[in-house]
Ligand binder design. Structure first.
Ligand code: HEC
Length: 94
């Protein structure tokens, strides 16, 4: 019985350690783009290469890529913030 309780606690602790904290600003992306594996009407981002995301955000920011929404959203983030968010998303975050 105790063995089971200890195993359950160990599982919970391992889960908590694995759950990474998103960098500032990254929480908002999943609201539209959806968490990993969830179908959404927005283009899914989770698991996409970080450099691809950074390039897209830069193009949205400088207006070279036309957008309905992302141009305005991208302008809210600097290069360093964008890089941190892109790395987190590429690692499987949302
Ligand atoms: C309000 C909803 C919304 C939020 C919040 C949002 N996006 Fe988007 N995103 C869109 C839409 C809509 C598009 C399609 C381009 C457009 O028309 O703006 C898009 C497109 C993109 C694309 C291009 C994807 C592709 O495959 O072409 C990237 C990269 C992206 N978003 C990154 C982000 C990041 C990073 C965040 C968080 C900082 C974010 N988005 C937050 C709505 C959103």
């Amino acid at each position: 019985m105790w063995v089971r309780v200890i195993a359950a606690v160990a599982c919970l602790l391992a889960g908590a350690a694995a759950a990474e904290t998103p960098p500032p600003g990254a929480e908002g992306c999943g609201g539209c783009h959806g968490p990993p594996g969830r179908a959404s009407s927005m283009p899914p981002l989770a698991g996409r290469p970080a450099d691809e995301l950074v390039t897209a955000m830069r193009a949205f920011r400088d207006g070279s890529r036309p957008a309905v929404l992302m141009d305005r959203i991208a302008r809210g983030y600097g290069e360093a913030e964008t890089a941190a968010i892109a790395a987190w998303i590429a690692g499987g975050g949302r």
